[in-house]
Design a protein around this ligand. Sequence first.
Ligand code: XMP
Length: 326
Amino acid sequence: MANNQRPADMARITTPALAKAFIEEQVTALRAQIGDGKVLLALSGGVDSSVVAALLIRAVGKQLISVHVNHGLLRKGEPEQVIRVFRDELHGELIYVDAVDRFLDKLAGVADPEKKRKIIGKEFIDVFAEEAEKLSGIRFLAQGTIYPDILESGPVKSHHNVGGLPESLNFELVEPLKFLFKDEVRVVGKELGLPESMVERQPFPGPGLGVRCVGAITRDRLEAVRESDAILREEFANAGLSGKVWQYFTIVPDFKSTGVRDGQRSYDWPVVLRAVNTRDAMTATIEPIPYDLLAKITDRITHEVPGVNRVLYDITPKPTGTIEWE
Ligand code: XMP
C-alpha cells in the first residue's frame, strides 16, 4: 500500500527557494526510483500534468515519454502551446495524437451529459492505451495526482479526470506531486521554468469544452464555444482579471433565437458567460464583471464569432447552479 499521508514535518512550498529544494529532492528520488527505465505520461497541458512532465524531464530527460491527446475539446491554442513548451523548449519526448475526428464522431448525436462524459473518458483511455501498446519497454506511469485528489470526497458528477488506465497494463506509478496543494504545484512549475500562462491556468474539466457545448456536440457550435472562450480569456487578461477570478468561460446552449444583422433577420445561438469564485468548487459565488467589460465582450463575441447573435451573463451561484452547465 502506498503511503498517502503528507509528512507532518513537510514545509509548505511558498517561495522559489523552497520550490528549488523540493525539485532537487524529487530529482534525486525520481532518478533512484526510475533508474534507466522508461516513463509514460498523459500530458493534458493542465497545471498538474505539465509540472509532472517538466519535473520528469529535469530528472530523466527523454526517458519520459509524454502523450498529448487532442480530443477536439481543448481550448484555443492549447495543443500548440503543449508542443511548443515540451518539445521545442524543454526538448522532451512528446507524442502528439490528433484524435479530434475520433472523439467527435463518437460524440455525434449524444445529448446526455453523463453519457458524453463517459464516452470522452473511455475514448481517452482507449487512445492512450493504444499509444502505450505501440511503445515497448515502458515500466512506469507518471500521474499528476495532487494532495486534494487523495483527500477529496465524493463529487456530484462523474468527475473522472482523464488519464486512468486499465490495471492490466501493469505500470508502476510515479506521482511526484502527490503531497502538494495546488498553490505549491504552481510555485514548483514556475521554478521549473514553465510559462505563467500554463502554471496559472484556471481549472479546466477533463471533458473540456464538451460540457460547455450543451447537448449533442456539433462542430460549428463547438467552434463557437472555443472562439468565444478565447475572446473572454483575452478580455479578462486585458482587464487584469485573469489571476483574480477562479474560473471563467463560455457556454453555448443548443437553441437559437432571432436577431438582426446588417438589416437582415438572423437566427443564431446565444453565448452564456460564466465567471465564478470558489475555494473548493463545492459552492461558488459570482464575479461581478464591470459593466463596460461585459459590453465589450458582448460586442466582440457577437461580431467575431460566427453563428452567435446574443450574449447572456449567468449570475447564478452554486448552489443552485453547478459551475459547469452539464
Ligand atoms: P461543477 O460543475 O460540478 O464543477 O460545479 C465543479 C468543478 O469541477 C469541474 N468539473 C470537472 N472536472 N471532470 C473534471 O475533471 C469533469 O467531468 C468535470 N465536471 C466539472 C468544473 O470545471 C469545476 O471546476
